[in-house]
Design a protein around this ligand. Structure first.
Ligand code: FES
Ligand SMILES: [Fe+2]
Length: 328
């Protein structure tokens, strides 16, 4: 996992006033909201004797209290009182909890997983989604998040894995695909699969970007993906790393066609199970991939259609090298 990145880790509605302990990015983390409603994220580990603070409680919407010996911490993670030393005693400066910066937007919660001083910009998100309605489902995959992401950048698998759903029609020949970059963190992928007509696949440089309102796939590093089906219909996925072998997919279906609640519910009732069914067609094979973690230099034999995966691996490798963390 790449340090010093903004990761989507939860949905807003999962964090209310109470303490929420979850495993993310291979760490036990604690989430809560202070009196202003701001989401606070701490490492879920009391600096006294290692108890999970998530078993404690929030005091006055402003402090977290450890359940074991009652130490209290403010929203910056500083210990404000050690009851056994007396309420008037000073607290030594080594009594603090590691905190991660948070950002909340469009119903998602991000943390800056790394060194606060290195967070210069706010996280990116996909544009013009705020006028659309959405529903989210969580889906647990027993796979490293790099493999789960790569599956969503893989256009050669569609007519095989999704033979009976989105891959009907046998479009096995992959022209390109074409990959372009929007800034440093956002990858756009244009797919041109077709029936095998006996020709050789076109090279990416023989293809052109589609119009702005046509279908494309977008990926924002490190863990956000969008299938832009059309302006009013999108699928957005946050690939949330739990540990090295577990990823939770936060799968969202957005639509802007039916905004009357009862019709909206009808549409979601139709599409959410369908999207999950497609995801499970993928999950069955991705969970078998070895090695568990993908890498730029690894023993795989790739072909032209794998270009988006190569682009993903190159950028991931660069970010890993920059963050000096090779244990990803
Ligand atoms: S372990 Fe938390 S107060 Fe002692
Ligand atoms: Fe798939």
């Amino acid at each position: 996992m790449i340090r010093n990145q903004w990761y989507v880790v939860l949905e807003s509605k999962e964090v209310r006033q109470k303490l929420v302990g979850v495993k993310r990015l291979n760490e036990n983390l604690l989430f809560w909201r202070d009196e202003t409603g701001k989401v606070i994220c701490f490492v879920d580990h009391c600096p006294h004797r290692g108890v999970a603070l998530s078993a404690g409680k929030v005091l006055d919407n402003h402090h977290v209290q450890c359940p074991f010996h009652g130490l209290e911490f403010d929203n910056e993670g500083r210990c404000t009182v050690i009851p056994a030393n007396g309420f008037s005693a000073d607290v030594p400066s080594n009594f603090y909890i590691k905190r991660y910066l948070t950002h909340e937007q469009d119903g998602f919660i991000w943390i800056f997983w790394g060194d606060e001083a290195k967070s210069v910009e706010k996280p990116l998100f996909f544009s013009s989604l705020s006028s659309l309605a959405y529903r989210t489902r969580q889906d647990v995959w027993k796979a490293h998040y790099s493999r789960v992401i790569e599956n969503q950048l893989d256009c050669a698998h569609v007519p095989f894995i999704h033979r009976k759903t989105i891959g009907r029609g046998g479009n096995t020949l992959v022209d390109g695909p074409l990959v372009t970059w929007k800034g440093d963190r956002q990858m756009m992928m244009y797919v041109f699969n077709k029936k095998d007509d006996g020709t050789v696949p076109l090279k990416p440089e023989q293809l052109h970007e589609k119009d702005e309102d046509e279908q494309r796939i977008e990926f924002i590093f490190p863990n956000l993906w969008q299938n832009f089906i059309q302006a009013k219909m999108r699928v957005v996925v946050a690939f949330v790393p739990v540990d090295g072998e577990t990823t939770i997919m936060y799968l969202r279906f957005y639509q802007g066609f039916l905004m009357i609640p009862i019709l909206e519910s009808f549409l979601f009732a139709l599409f959410m199970p369908y999207n999950l069914k497609i995801a499970h067609e993928d999950r069955r094979v991705v969970e078998t991939q070895q090695p568990k973690v993908s890498a730029l230099m690894m023993k795989e034999n790739l072909f032209q259609a794998d270009l988006p995966i190569v682009e993903f691996r190159k950028k991931r490798d660069e970010l890993l090298r920059n963050s000096k963390n090779y244990f990803a």
